[in-house]
Design a protein around this ligand. Sequence first.
Ligand code: NAG
Ligand code: NAG
Ligand code: NAG
Ligand code: NAG
Ligand code: NAG
Ligand code: NAG
Length: 572
Amino acid sequence: MFPPRCHYTTCLLLFLLVLSDFTISESQSPWAAKKKRMRDKVRNMFYHAYDNYMTHAFPHDELKPISKTFTNSLSELGNLKLEHLPQDYNGSALTLIESLSSLVIMGNNTEFERAVLWLSENLTFDVDARINLFECNIRVLGGLVSAHLLASDSSKKLFQGAYKNQLLALAEDLGKRFLPAFDTPTGLPYAWINLKYGVMENETTETSTSGCGSLILEMGALSKMTGDPIYESVALRALRKLWSMQSSLKLFGTTLDVATGQWIEYSSGIGAGVDSFYEYLLKAHILFGKEDFWKMFHSAYVAVQKYFRHGPWYHEADMRTGRATYWQLTSLQAFWPGLQVLIGDVIAANSSHREFFHVWKNYGVLPERYLLDYQMLHPTEKYYPLRPELAESTFYLYQATKDPWYIEVGESIVNSLNLYTKVEGGFASIKDVTTMQLEDHQHSFFLAETCKYLYLLFDDSFVHENNYVFTTEGHPLPVLSTWHEELPEAYIPTNWTFVKRQPRVNRISAMSLQVCPAMNLKSGQHIESACHIPDARSNYRCLTDEDCGVDATTCRRRSCSMAGYCGLWLII
Ligand SMILES: *[C@@H]1O[C@H](CO)[C@@H](O)[C@H](O)[C@H]1NC(C)=O
Ligand SMILES: *[C@@H]1O[C@H](CO)[C@@H](O)[C@H](O)[C@H]1NC(C)=O
Ligand SMILES: *[C@@H]1O[C@H](CO)[C@@H](O)[C@H](O)[C@H]1NC(C)=O
Ligand SMILES: *[C@@H]1O[C@H](CO)[C@@H](O)[C@H](O)[C@H]1NC(C)=O
Ligand SMILES: *[C@@H]1O[C@H](CO)[C@@H](O)[C@H](O)[C@H]1NC(C)=O
Ligand SMILES: *[C@@H]1O[C@H](CO)[C@@H](O)[C@H](O)[C@H]1NC(C)=O
C-alpha cells in the first residue's frame, strides 16, 4: 500500500514518475518536432559561446566576445567599484568550470573529460586574488562539486570508470581557503577573501543576506563528500545567525555587518542581495532532508507573500514595519516563480511569470530594473547581461504543467538572444535595452544557466535519470537518500506499480504534505498555507478550485467549497 502519509521524498519521486509518463505520450505529439528543433538551436548557441571562449579567452575567466579577447573577472565579480584588483592574476578558467555540468547535460562526455583533465593538472587556487565569497562559492565551488558528482556517477559512463576524484581535491582545496572568512565574532562570513592570504587587513565588514545565507548547498555537499563536517558547520552557523536576525515580521534586510551582526539596509525584497537566501532554505531541505530548513523556508515564504507581493508583482519593504519601500521589478526576481513551482504553488508562479514575460516581450529582453510606480525603466539600470532567471522559471513551469505555451515562451527567448546578442565572437551583454547597444562581456552564467535551462526546457531527459536540485548557479546536485540524515523507512513505497495506477494529476507539489493543508478538518480552523495564499481581499479564502491545488495525502485535486475553504470532500 502507498503509505498513508506522503513524505516529501516520496512525493518528489511520484512527481518524477508522473512526469515520465507524460514524456512517453508527448513523444508522439506535434510538439516533439518543435522541441527537438529548439533543443538543437540551443545546443548551437552553447557551442558558439563555448568554442569562442576556448579559442579567445581560455584559460582566463570570461570572454569578451566583441574584441575576441578575455577578462580575468573572477576578482571583479560583485566588486562594483573595482577595488583591490590583483596585480598578478591570470584567471581560473572560470567559464570552463561553469560549463562542466552543461557539457554533461548536452551529452558531450569527451569534452567534459578533456576539461576535467586540464583542470586537474593546471588549475590552482593558490593565487593572490581577492574574491567575493558568495560568487566564488556558487560559480567555482558549485561548478566543481556538481561536476565531481556527475563524473563519479557510474551510470553516466564518464571516464570508463577511471575517474580519480580530481575535482573533489580541487573543491576541497578551495573550501579550505574559504574558511578564514568565517572567523568573525558572529560567525557571519566576510564578503571578501584573498585566496592565498585569507582576509585582508581592514577588509570591509559589510555583506549581503545572500552572501551569508546561500552557502549551505555547496559547502554542505562538500562536507558530505569529503567526510569533513567543517564546511557544512560554518555555513550552517552563518545561516542560523542570519536567521536569528529576522524582524518580528519574519523579514530580513539586504545588507549587514559581520562584526556586529547589525543590519545596514533594512529594506529588502526577493531580488538582488537576498534572492538565493530564500532559494537555499528550500533547496537545502530537499538536498539534506532536514525538517529545520523546511520550517525556516515556510515561515520566510509566508512573510514574503504577505509583505512583498502585490498581485503578480513583488515590491520591496522595510523589514521593521513591513511598509513598501521600492516599487521595482528587477530581472533577478524572475527566478521566484521557478522556486514556487518546487512547492507546488503553480498558479501564483504562472501569474508572475506571465508579467515578467510581458515585460520581456515589450523590450525584447528583460531590463535589469523597471520602476513600477513611474512605469518606466530605471535611468541607469537599463542593461540585460544575458541573465537566466526567466528561462529558469519557464523550465520549471513547463515541467509542472506541460503547457505547450511555455515552449513558445522559450522559443521567443531563444530568438531574442540570437537576434540581439549574438556576435561573431560569442554572445554579448546588452548595455541598454532601449537601443540594444552591446557590451563586450559574455558572463559565465550564460553557459552555466541560460543555455542550460533553455536546453532542459526542450529536452529534459537529464532530469529523468535522477532527482536533482539545481544550485542558484544552475549546477545540478543529485538528491541522495544517503545525504538525508533521517529518512523514515516507512515512507518509502515498495510497490511503484500501485503508485503508477493512481489517477494522474497535472499539478502536484514536490512537498505537498507540508505545504498544502488548507484547513484542519477536526477543528474546522483555517491553517495558513504556504502553497496558496490568496489575496487579502478574499480573506485568506479560496474563490475557485484553482486556488486549492492538490491534496498532500492522496495527491488528488481539492476543490473550493461555497464557504471558501479548500477541501477534498466535494470531490467525487
Ligand atoms: C601571468 O601571466 C604573465 C604573462 O604571461 C606571467 O608573466 C605571470 O608570471 C603570470 N602570473 C601568474 C601568477 O601565473
Ligand atoms: C563536444 O565539444 C567539442 C568542443 O566544442 C566539439 O568539438 C565536439 O564536436 C562536441 N561533441 C559532441 C558529441 O557534441
Ligand atoms: C596543462 O596546461 C599545459 C599548458 O597549457 C598543457 O600543455 C597541458 O596539456 C595541460 N594539461 C592537461 C591535462 O590538459
Ligand atoms: C588599516 O587601517 C589602519 C588604521 O586606519 C591604518 O593605519 C593601516 O595602514 C591600514 N592598513 C592597510 C593595509 O591599509
Ligand atoms: C496560466 O495563466 C493563464 C492566464 O491567466 C491561463 O490561461 C493558464 O491556463 C495558466 N496556466 C496554468 C498552468 O495555470
Ligand atoms: C504490486 O502491486 C500489484 C497490484 O496491486 C501486484 O499485482 C504485484 O504483485 C505487486 N508487486 C509486488 C512486488 O509486491
